[in-house]
Ligand binder design. Structure first.
Ligand code: AMP
Length: 210
């Protein structure tokens, strides 16, 4: 199954994909995670994209597509994948659609106010990528990642000024993908305001019947 998760930054794509991945046995491929890992490890790619991520803008399409297609050649992606954060522009979608066909685009929907709070309250473990929320889903022990023992921190791009820029970029460049995949009858809408467990259950049931 080739699945794409679509929705604003903060709609819960990453949290859903992390839980869904083991259940459905498909790798979670997040372009944001790939870029952040490269920045963390100070690789050539990391140095190239660091200031772009910090500004809330998007990495150029060509570079992003080449990173994704390279990742998709790995053996774990042969049976399918959960794409999180890609494609994010119409040119990326067109490049992707020329290579392969998605089975479904899972669109997560929520209101703008909740969206902003979710982003500014979010914490992420820089070592393993586990996602937390300061109020609703803090780590069991303060400042210690439940999964790997790392120290969850706020992403630099989850600060309010950058959040506003990222949402602006979403509505300008990414939201047109809804129409693009609606025309291909691939869009399936889910209410992202429900609890992560309820959302997971709903999406799992949907995928079982796909
Ligand atoms: P995310 O973790 O999905 O919110 O992505 C974090 C940042 O990584 C974005 O704000 C962009 O700067 C960059 N990024 C992630 N995915 C893409 C993509 N498909 N195209 C361009 N830039 C991306």
């Amino acid at each position: 199954m080739k699945i794409m998760l679509l929705g604003t930054p903060g709609s819960g794509k990453g949290t859903l994909a992390q839980s869904l991945s083991s259940g459905v046995g498909l790798p979670h491929i997040s372009t944001g995670d790939i870029f952040r890992a490269a920045i963390h490890h100070k690789t050539k790619l990391g140095l190239e994209v660091k200031t772009i991520l910090a500004s809330g803008k998007l990495v150029p399409d060509e570079l992003t597509c080449s990173i994704v297609f390279e990742r998709l050649t790995e053996p774990d992606a042969r049976q399918g994948f959960l794409l999180d954060g890609f494609p994010r522009t119409i040119p990326q979608a067109e490049t992707f659609d020329r290579k392969m066909e998605l089975d479904s685009v899972i669109l997560l929907e929520l209101d703008e106010e909740t969206n902003v709070t979710r982003l500014t309250e979010r914490l992420i473990c820089p070592d393993c990528g586990a996602i937390y929320h300061r109020t609703f889903r803090p780590p069991q022990k303060a400042d210690v990642c439940d999964t790997c023992g790392g120290t969850p921190v706020q992403r630099p791009d989850d600060q309010i000024e950058v959040v506003n820029k990222r949402l602006e970029e979403y509505y300008r460049l990414t939201a047109p993908l809804i129409r693009h995949y609606e025309d291909k009858q691939k869009i399936h809408r889910f209410n992202a305001l429900q609890s992560p467990a309820a959302l997971l259950h709903e999406v799992q049931s949907f995928l079982q019947n796909l």
